[in-house]
Design a protein. Structure first.
Length: 142
């Protein structure tokens, strides 16, 4: 059974790969394929956020009593990421390569820093304080 860190870090890598595919397709002007790939990227990224916001963060906060700490920052960054995903989607609909790639670059900077904080700080804290198999099972059930 995976620990929380391994499970969610693998999802980060999967989402990164999905985004890289979208970016490549947009760069090549393959709009139909890019739109399909973007839908998958968006779906997986938002599902990952949902797992954290509906399962992981509440479990961590309930167990540790820490509610104004890392989970609050992660939720704020999820909101910023959702806003950037929405802007990328609009650029994609307009077939605006320059706008898509520009917003995409901002998104990647945000998400890489965000993921690093989760992977190096929050997830290990969760593995330390929570029943990892139980939490992973709950996230899988969403």
């Amino acid at each position: 059974m995976f620990g929380i860190t391994e499970y969610l870090t693998d999802e980060h890598r999967d989402c990164d790969e999905l985004y890289a595919k979208v970016e490549r397709l947009v760069s090549e002007g393959r709009w139909q394929e890019a739109t399909e790939a973007f839908r998958k990227f968006k779906e997986e990224t938002l599902k990952h956020f949902q797992k954290e916001e509906e399962v992981l963060f509440p479990e961590f906060e309930g167990r540790t009593g820490i509610v104004m700490g890392p989970t609050q920052v992660m939720r704020m960054e999820h909101a910023q990421a959702r806003e950037l995903i929405s802007k990328m989607e609009k650029a994609l609909e307009k077939k605006d390569k320059k706008a898509f790639l520009s917003v995409g670059e901002t998104f990647m900077i945000l998400i890489q820093q965000h993921n690093m904080k989760e992977e190096q700080i929050l997830y290990p804290m969760c593995d330390q304080h929570l029943d990892a198999p139980e939490v992973v099972h709950k996230m899988e059930s969403l």
